[in-house]
Design a protein around this ligand. Structure first.
Ligand code: PA5
Length: 450
């Protein structure tokens, strides 16, 4: 299998060799803490061996459920928020052609797949209901707790639509619940109503759950090869779990990010040159933002899509305050390509490109930008991805998960909790009049009226 490559050659002017030497021992310690399970958050390390130690019985049921959905549905609605949807969305967009939902079924060989329950917009739900119309559909509701506001509201809407269309008994056969193995509101409902259910393991947090049923069921419905995805993750695990620092791209990435943070860089920008990687960046932002942004510490994980954003944020990155460093995702082999034709009039002066493929232009834009941004005092790391395929994606998921574990321990935080996520929920519930929140409601309403 061709492996993804981490390339730090463009940060030589920003990091001296002795700085890497100095952090190396700390990175080794952080890695030991991670794989021996001796650090904070060690109840949530189930993802480390997941690519080789997953539940084979459930894995078979996931594939069978996906086949049923592919047979009996024109649309799959995936309901979840945060770690309960970002991985699946990233994977499907990475692996499928652009505009996959608009392409004819004969071209993509899969139902249309839409995501709901990741916002609180009634307009979004109305528009999605209208888009589905009278077509056959199924729902995958994904929630560990089963009580998260956004997905719970969306589930009420789509469950009602399913029951109105098919009747309660048939609707139940079109609802797939991915949730806790034994507890929680959704598990209780799944048991009572007879929904097929899949497990979010206790020892895997939402943002590390893409290779569990959370990600695997929607990804399988898209027609992707789950075996190749898991094999990619397993290959990366074999490469980085125990390799020494010098041969370990994930540890080097973790170390360099911490060196940059210590030097005053506050932001890491994940850059891509393929629109299909947009949601991989969204997944990465949650993984790094929730894992490291705590105790007043952490790099802010940002992202942009290039070359589009070179025409908006490019000015700032080239020439503005030196807040950030970039990590560039480079897809080596494009999924398809276009050869540029000569134009008789050549009014745009681009005939010098005639006969070249767009990927050659894209790669030259990328390398030109790496050099320009580096000259402009924004360091650039690169990750070379062989292709938009399952092997590469499995590697990438595991690479970033392992690196954030090492990086979080290097930073001195618990990479596996997310205490800050609760604050907005408490205020929202208080303002909406949820029983039990009366005192807080009074304080908040006073603050808002001042
Ligand atoms: O990473 C996390 O833990 C969160 O993003 C959760 O996945 C998200 O809040 C959804 O929670 P739940 O699965 O309980 O609905």
């Amino acid at each position: 299998m061709e492996m993804i490559k981490f390339d730090a050659s463009h940060v030589k002017d920003f990091i001296r060799p002795h700085e890497l030497d100095q952090i190396k021992a700390q990175a080794e310690t952080a890695r030991e803490t991670l794989i021996e399970g001796t650090g904070a958050g060690n109840d949530f390390l189930g993802w480390i061996d997941l690519p080789v130690a997953y539940d084979k019985e459930e894995y078979g049921r996931i594939k069978a459920a996906a086949e049923k959905i592919r047979r009996d549905s024109d649309v799959l609605v995936v309901i979840g928020i945060g770690g309960s949807y970002l991985g699946a969305r990233a994977a499907i967009e990475f692996l499928k052609p652009n505009f996959y939902n608009q392409l004819p079924r004969t071209a993509v060989d899969a139902p249309e797949i839409y995501f709901a329950g990741n916002n609180i917009s009634g307009a979004y739900l109305n528009d999605l209901v209208a888009l589905i119309g009278d077509r056959d559909f199924s729902v995958n509701i994904i929630s560990k707790s089963g009580t998260t506001t956004e997905p719970s509201i969306a589930f009420r809407v789509f469950k009602a639509k399913l029951e109105a269309k098919y009747g309660k008994a048939e609707a139940a056969k079109r609802i797939y619940a991915t949730t806790d193995k034994a507890r929680g509101a959704l598990k209780t409902e799944a048991n009572a109503e007879g929904y097929e259910s899949f497990v979010i393991p206790d020892n895997i947090g939402g943002r590390f759950s893409v290779l569990t049923a959370v990600g695997l069921l929607p990804i399988a419905v898209s027609g992707a090869d789950l075996d190749a995805l898991m094999a990619g993750a397993a290959a990366m695990r074999a490469q980085i779990k125990t390799a020494p620092f010098e041969k370990n791209p994930a540890m080097q990435y973790a170390a360099i990010r911490n060196i940059f943070l210590n030097k005053g860089r506050k932001i890491e920008i994940l850059a891509n040159y393929e629109p299909a990687l947009h949601n991989l960046s969204e997944w990465w932002k949650q993984l790094y933002g929730e894992s490291e942004g705590k105790d007043g510490k952490g790099l802010y994980p940002a992202s942009y899509d290039l070359s589009m954003d070179l025409h908006s944020l490019g000015q700032f990155v080239q020439d503005g305050s030196n807040l950030a460093f970039e990590t560039v995702l480079n897809v080596e082999q494009p999924m398809s390509d276009v050869t540029i034709e000569a134009d008789e009039q050549n009014l745009d002066g681009l005939n010098f490109l005639a006969g070249k493929n767009m990927d050659e232009v894209n790669k030259n834009a990328m390398m030109g930008t790496v050099l320009a941004h580096t000259d402009g005092k924004t360091p650039n790391l690169m990750i070379d991805i062989p292709a938009r395929d399952e092997n590469s994606l499995g590697q990438l998921f595991y690479f970033f998960e392992f690196a954030v574990g090492v990086s979080g321990y290097l930073l001195g935080v618990n990479p596996f909790n997310q205490p800050g996520v609760e604050a907005y929920k408490k205020n929202m519930f208080a303002l909406l009049g949820k029983p039990g929140y009366e005192d807080q409601a009074e304080v908040l309403k006073k603050r808002l009226s001042e």
